[in-house]
Design a protein around this ligand. Structure first.
Ligand code: NAI
Length: 262
């Protein structure tokens, strides 16, 4: 996909971190930007940041939605069509959470929360949007689906089980979509970053009340350590530009931290 101006992008997790960076980059490329996130305060701040970044207020649509909830996600998709006049030409699913601890101590809540956001929301979005995108745009105009996975997709670790498994599944799924969408003149891209300067170190603070039974050691100290690690990560706008370049070049897999020349 090469032409973005005047089209619609839908970014999940768009109120923070990588998702907000992507919203800025594709908004700057002339797209109308819908950002979907579960946190209203973060959405309010993100809308202001997008305006300050130069995106027109009427081109910004913040949507408060728990993307693991299919009815809520479907309602958000309906809202985009109502406000922007059609489904997104570009779907970027970036919402994610993490929680780390010994795999053998994991609870069902640990798996349900991490895989619910990192994998199931991606499935929800693909099933809700792709048929609408095909109906509206196939053979008429370019459209694309993208997902933010992680380098974790390629690394299994004793403390990263649910996260790595979800990210690996997302990668695999995007290869299926890349193949499936080709006949419609569309494609798929999966972004696998290493470390991003984002707010994911605070994810545990927003874990839903019904999934709080964790088997891991979660404390202000562990969150502080995560925040310190992520503070050294790539800038979200820079990462958004890398994703854009990947989509423009029709790449399925985009590995921002892979530098074979080094
Ligand atoms: P972030 O915490 O800054 O942004 C993630 C957003 O997802 C948050 O605004 C959060 O409210 C939203 N979210 C969480 N659960 C949701 C739900 N049920 N419904 C709607 N929105 C929900 O974190 P970051 O780092 O920007 O994460 C973006 C993606 O990048 C995630 O998929 C993450 O796994 C991935 N990633 C992050 C890395 C990092 O170092 N931070 C490295 C590699 C991948």
């Amino acid at each position: 996909m090469k032409d973005f101006a005047g089209k619609i992008v839908f970014v999940t997790g768009g109120a923070s971190g990588a998702g907000l960076g992507q919203a800025k980059v594709f908004g700057r490329a002339g797209m109308r930007v819908a950002i979907a996130d579960v946190r209203q305060d973060a959405l309010d701040n993100a809308a202001k940041e997008l305006e300050a970044f130069g995106i027109k207020k009427e081109d910004i649509l913040p949507l408060k939605v728990d993307l693991t909830n299919r009815a809520e996600y479907t309602a958000a998709a309906d809202k985009v069509e109502e406000v922007f006049g059609g489904p997104p030409h570009l779907l970027i699913q970036t919402a994610g959470v993490n929680s780390f601890g010994p795999i053998e101590a994991s609870t069902f809540d640990d798996f349900d929360w991490v895989m619910g956001v990192c994998l199931n929301h991606v499935v929800n979005g693909l099933l809700i949007f792709v048929p609408r995108m095909i109906k509206a745009y196939a053979h008429k105009t370019e459209f694309w689906v993208a997902t933010t996975s992680s380098m974790g997709a390629f690394m299994a670790g004793s403390t990263t089980g649910p996260y790595s498994a979800a990210k690996a599944a997302v990668c695999n799924l995007m290869y299926s979509y890349a193949d499936a969408l080709k006949p419609y003149g569309a494609g798929a891209t999966v972004l696998c970053p290493g470390n991003i300067n984002s707010n994911i170190g605070n994810a545990e603070k927003f874990r839903p009340a019904n999934l709080k039974n964790t088997g891991y050691h979660v404390s202000e100290g562990t969150m502080k350590t995560l925040r310190a690690i992520h503070a050294t990560g790539i800038d979200p706008v820079e990462l958004g530009e890398i994703l854009k370049e990947g989509i423009e070049n029709g790449r399925i897999l985009v590995l921002p931290d892979h530098h074979p020349e080094n």
